[in-house]
Ligand binder design. Structure first.
Ligand code: NAP
Length: 296
């Protein structure tokens, strides 16, 4: 039987402590505040923004949204980031990406002050992540990319053995693939990072004790339905699978990178989509905002 690793119990635990921490901050006249900078109106950005606003209101975090037109100039974007950096009432900054083509995303991310970089997206935050030999999720003095941290928190919450285990990460983006690989390495897993040019990927993946599916892989099955592209040939018994992918099928339902029909009953444990990693990621973002406010 496949155990489903739901995010809800982790979110509930985090919420309870976050409410207390935000209340304590309120007593000193501080409301933890996140500035979201959104360029254009991409549907997935708007959906994520809605989830962050809802979750934030549940724990006493204020969210300010700066909406910029899709054709905003680089200099205007940078000046909006600079004003959030300079605003002492803003404790965290989240710049939605990918930015429209024509904008220099790295330059924009690097402009976010390290103390407010709550999604660990700037080069300074990345250097910390890659240079550190041992990263302690509870006491790192820089912010980790939220999705990567969520994957690790789920593994730890459900007491999945990591030390010495074979972990395969499908995907090498700076948003999730690379940072989650560094976190697994820091936890003493033996990590393989796979990508679109990897040969023998299915065999590599099937040999993993921990499989992190973060490639954005979906396929249309013989029945004409969209499903996760990580099918039976990538999976094996005794495997824990963290499904990071987010896709929407023709009926508007969410699904992940993993083919649920193939995985159910085959792998040992799996994060469902929806219901797995996504909500944990959002709650970690809020945790970072509260931590940033506490540090000030
Ligand atoms: P991305 O920047 O497009 O990166 C995708 C990575 O996967 C690339 O490294 C790519 O390889 C690799 N890849 C793509 N197709 C592959 C294939 N068929 N076989 C092997 N590797 C393949 O995407 P991303 O931003 O990392 O996001 C990945 C997925 O995670 C998306 O579905 C996204 O929606 C989801 N996501 C979820 C959360 C969450 O909180 N749950 C947060 C962020 C992203 P190359 O480098 O060779 O091109």
């Amino acid at each position: 039987m496949t155990k489903l690793l739901f995010g809800k119990p982790i979110v509930d635990e985090m919420k309870a402590t976050q409410q207390l921490r935000a209340r304590k901050l309120a007593e000193t006249g501080t409301q933890p505040t996140l500035s979201i900078i959104r360029v254009g109106r991409r549907e997935d950005d708007l959906a994520y923004e809605g989830r962050v606003v809802r979750a934030a209101s549940g724990v006493g975090v204020c969210v300010l949204v700066a909406e910029l037109p899709a054709d905003v100039s680089q200099s205007t974007l940078l000046s909006v980031i600079e004003s959030s950096n300079a605003d002492s009432g803003v404790h965290g900054i989240l710049l939605f990406r990918p930015l429209p083509s024509g904008l220099d995303e790295d330059a924009a991310l690097d402009r976010i002050a390290a103390a407010k970089d709550v999604d660990g997206a700037s080069a300074v935050s990345m250097v910390n992540l890659y240079a550190e030999k041992k990263i302690n999720l509870e006491s790192a003095d820089f912010f980790l990319p939220c999705t990567a941290e969520a994957a690790l928190r789920i593994l730890k919450y459900y007491e999945v053995p990591i030390v010495g285990k074979k972990a395969v990460v499908i995907g090498r983006s700076t948003v999730i693939g690379k940072p989650v690989s560094m976190l697994l390495l820091s936890e003493n897993a033996t990590v393989t990072i796979a990508h679109s040019r990897s040969e023998g990927l299915a065999d590599l993946a099937a040999a993993a004790d921990i499989l992190i599916a973060c490639a954005g892989m979906s396929v249309r099955g013989a029945d004409g339905k969209l499903r996760g592209g990580v099918g039976e040939e990538y999976l094996s018994p005794n495997q824990t699978v963290i499904d990071v992918g987010i896709h929407v099928d023709d009926e508007g339902n969410l699904f992940g990178d993993v083919d649920r029909e193939a995985a159910d009953g085959l792998v040992s444990a799996l994060t469902p989509v929806p219901g797995g990693l996504g909500a944990v990621t959002t709650q970690i973002l809020l945790d970072h905002v509260i931590t940033a406010a506490e540090r000030i």
